[in-house]
Design a protein around this ligand. Structure first.
Ligand code: SAH
Length: 382
């Protein structure tokens, strides 16, 4: 069947030619059903791109310059993504991001691997009709046995929970490896798809600097940074999170790595209210995204300032402070300036390392909106 040819607004021609994967609402001059493959054309009927029709603020997800069959395109892109991961995922690591949306040429699709389980999260309704095709390709990968979908994306599925797409019923709890360390994952209920895979390299760096230090890990979740620090020889690690369940799993993660949780502290509290009378050679502060909409950007900047100040106040001279943000809404400059405003009251600081997404989370250079992770390691000079 011939693909529908949909004319686009003339203002969209340049972004399409520059390779941006989105067309915003109002770009298409006629309508198509959600998920339909289509050719985007200019006023002379010249083909500009091949895309899927979406709904909501984004009207089209652009996939390539020339038409293709969706299952073929999925196969090609997923195989390329897997071969990239074979090169960049570190040894002894069984949890990694296999598909990172536009960074892998598949805008709106995220797939995380936990051992042989692929957890799919669909961020664009345009992929709903093609879910089977996605699963078919994943199922052919030698390292995939089971495929599970996690819901929880507003405007796409808008519900909690998840469903098995292929393979055996998945367990509530599994154990993965990261740099040879062992971690619990709850793929059905854990945050995001289960773990925050994007901080792996930052966790390893912190672990390598933790010997004989006291370490405070704010917003610890299941103790990712904490376990690395404790394995790295930290004297005492304080894991602070509002969720008791996350802290219970953090304790279990200590045990899984041969560490006694009793030698460390697990504090269930709201970090914003926590009055810490502590000094720690390393403080980590990795909060959840504090801004999801424009309205909350200013408040989020203030919160980052407050948190940076609160964290910095615990770090003595010669200590390290790791700050992170996963808010896509704030760019590096905004977030760094909010952070600096917080820490400057607490001594003189130098940046040691400013990092972003790790290599298993590629970001398309044509899609700056795909950048979200910011990580700063600061050293307190005096
Ligand atoms: N650094 C972690 C991921 C942090 S996710 C890792 O590497 O795995 C954010 C965590 O912040 C979640 O566990 C959530 O329970 C916790 N959280 C959210 N709001 C909080 C608050 N006000 N005080 C303490 N913890 C909070």
């Amino acid at each position: 069947m011939a693909l529908p040819r949909i004319r686009v607004h003339k203002n969209c021609i340049k972004p399409i030619q520059q390779g941006h994967p989105w067309l915003y609402k109002g770009s298409l001059l006629s309508s198509v059903s959600v998920g339909s493959p289509m050719l985007l054309v200019d006023e002379k009927n010249k083909v500009l791109a091949f895309a899927l029709a979406d709904r909501g603020d984004i009207e089209a997800r652009i996939l390539s310059k020339t038409p293709d069959k969706i299952p073929d395109l999925l196969r090609k892109r997923i195989l390329v993504a897997q071969s990239l991961r074979n090169k960049v995922v570190p040894p002894n690591t069984t949890a990694y991001r296999l598909i990172n949306g536009a960074g892998d040429g598949l805008p709106g699709i995220v797939v995380d691997m936990y051992n042989d389980l692929a957890v799919v999260k669909i961020y664009s309704a345009s992929w709903e009709p093609h879910l089977d095709a996605i699963v078919d390709v994943l199922d052919t990968l030698p390292n995939v046995n089971d495929v599970y979908r996690r819901f929880g994306v507003r405007n796409v599925d808008g519900k909690k929970g998840g469903m098995l797409l292929c393979g055996r019923p998945i367990k509530d709890l599994m154990i993965i490896q990261e740099h040879g360390l062992r971690f619990l994952v709850r793929p059905k209920i854990g945050q995001k798809t289960g773990l925050f895979l994007d901080q792996r390299e930052h966790r390893a760096f912190i672990g390598s600097k933790a010997k004989d230090e006291q370490v405070v890990n704010l917003f610890s979740y299941t103790g990712g940074f904490s376990v690395y620090a404790a394995v790295g020889g930290a004297k005492r690690v304080y894991s602070v999170d509002i969720s008791q369940n996350a802290l219970d799993d953090a304790k279990e993660n200590f045990r899984l790595n041969g560490l006694s949780p009793d030698q460390h502290a697990f504090i269930a509290t709201d970090v914003f209210q926590w009055k810490a009378d502590l000094h720690a050679g390393i403080v980590i502060c990795d909060p959840p995204s504090l801004s999801h909409k424009k309205k909350s950007d200013t408040a989020a900047m203030q919160s980052y300032t407050r948190l940076a100040g609160h964290s910095a106040s615990m770090v003595p001279r010669g200590g390290l402070l790791a700050l992170a943000s996963c808010s896509a809404r704030l760019n590096q400059k905004q977030w760094e300036s909010a952070s600096v405003q917080g820490i400057r009251k607490h001594g003189r600081w130098s940046w040691l390392w400013r990092a972003n997404e790790p290599p298993d989370h590629p970001v398309s250079v044509h899609h700056p909106e795909g950048r979200y992770l910011k990580f700063s390691l600061l050293f307190r000079q005096r």
